[in-house]
Write a protein that binds this ligand. Structure first.
Ligand SMILES: [Zn+2]
Ligand SMILES: [Zn+2]
Length: 275
C-alpha cells in the first residue's frame, strides 16, 4: 500500500467502524481530506464535492498538524465529532452559522461524548466553538477500545506537530479541541493556510514495540500521545516564531527605533550607537 493509501485508508477504517457502531451504519460515505488549517482540528463540509456524473459527496477534513501532540483518543474524538455533524446534516436540523445546537449536543451525549464549551467538565453543551470529553463507560470509549483491538493505527504522523503553546499563541482554544463546522461557502476559512508551516510530510512509522497488540492495553494506548508512540527523532523541532523587531534605544536622548536584530545604527543627534 502506498503511504497515501495507508493514511487515508486508516481514516476510512475508523469512519466505517464508528459508522457501524455509533450510527447504525446510516452515514453516507464521505471524501476525506488531510490538510493543515490554522486553528481547526477538522471540519465537516456538506456536499462539498460533485462527480462528473452529478453525484454529490460530503467532506470531512482532518488537520494533521495537531495529531502529533494529541492523544490517540483525541484524534478519534475529532473524527466522531465531525461525524455527528454529518449525521445532523443528513437526519437532523443543523444550527445556523455552524452553531452546535441542542440536537447536536444530544446526539453527542447519546454516543458517549460530553459536549463542553470550556473544554472542562461542566461547560455548556451548546455553542459556536465546542470541545468534547469522552464519557466513562459510554459508547464512544467502548467503541474506541474495540477499534484499537482491531490493530487500528494512523500509520503516518505529521512531523511538524503544532504544540499547545503554538495554538495558544495563535489565540486558539488551548484544549486543542476546537473545530469549525464549515459550510461549502465558507471559502475564506477553508483556504487560509498556516503561515509558518513550510516543512511537511511524515516519515516515521509507529514502532512495532509500541503496537497495541504487543502488550499495551487498548485503553492505555488510547491515552498515549503520538509523541509517546513515535521514535524520539520523529518530530521536527517546533518552528521558532518569526523574530519580532528589535527595539533600539539611544542611550543619550532615549529616542527609539525598531528594526531587525543585529543592526548597527547611530543616533544622528547624539553621535552614539543605538543599543
Ligand atoms: Zn463541530
Ligand atoms: Zn540620541
Amino acid at each position: 500500500m502506498s503511504p497515501t493509501e495507508s493514511l487515508y485508508k486508516s481514516l476510512e477504517a475508523a469512519y466505517d467502524h464508528f459508522n457501524t457502531e455509533l450510527f447504525n451504519g446510516k452515514l453516507p460515505e464521505v471524501i476525506f481530506t488531510v490538510q493543515r488549517q490554522n486553528g481547526l482540528l477538522g471540519y465537516f463540509a456538506p456536499e462539498r464535492w460533485a462527480s462528473t456524473k452529478g453525484t454529490k459527496c460530503h467532506e470531512i477534513a482532518i488537520n494533521p498538524s495537531h495529531i502529533g501532540s494529541s492523544r490517540v483518543v483525541e484524534v478519534l474524538q475529532t473524527l466522531v465529532h465531525e461525524m455527528v455533524h454529518c449525521w445532523q446534516h443528513c437526519f437532523g436540523k443543523p444550527g445556523r452559522n455552524c452553531y452546535h445546537n441542542k440536537e447536536w449536543a444530544h446526539k453527542m451525549l447519546d454516543i458517549g461524548l460530553q459536549p463542553t464549551s470550556t473544554g472542562h467538565p461542566g461547560g455548556a453543551i451548546t455553542g459556536q466553538h465546542m470541545c468534547d470529553l469522552p464519557i466513562e463507560g459510554g459508547l464512544f470509549l467502548d467503541s474506541c477500545n474495540r477499534l484499537i483491538q482491531k490493530s487500528f493505527e494512523i500509520p503516518w504522523i505529521d512531523r511538524l506537530a503544532l504544540s499547545k503553546e503554538f495554538t495558544d499563541h495563535l489565540g486558539i482554544n488551548v484544549e486543542k479541541l476546537i473545530d469549525t463546522y464549515e459550510s461549502p461557502n465558507a471559502e475564506q476559512q477553508m483556504f487560509s493556510a498556516p503561515d509558518s508551516v513550510s516543512v511537511s510530510t511524515t516519515l516515521s512509522k509507529l514502532e512495532d514495540s509500541n503496537s497495541p497488540t504487543l502488550g499495551i492495553s487498548s485503553n492505555s494506548f488510547l491515552n498515549m500521545t503520538y509523541a509517546d508512540l513515535m521514535p524520539e527523532d520523529a518530530f521536527i523541532a517546533k518552528p521558532v516564531s518569526k523574530k519580532t523587531k528589535h527595539t533600539y534605544i539611544c542611550p543619550s536622548c532615549q529616542n527609539k527605533l525598531w528594526g531587525k536584530p543585529d543592526m548597527n545604527v547611530l543616533c544622528g543627534d547624539c553621535g552614539v550607537r543605538f543599543q
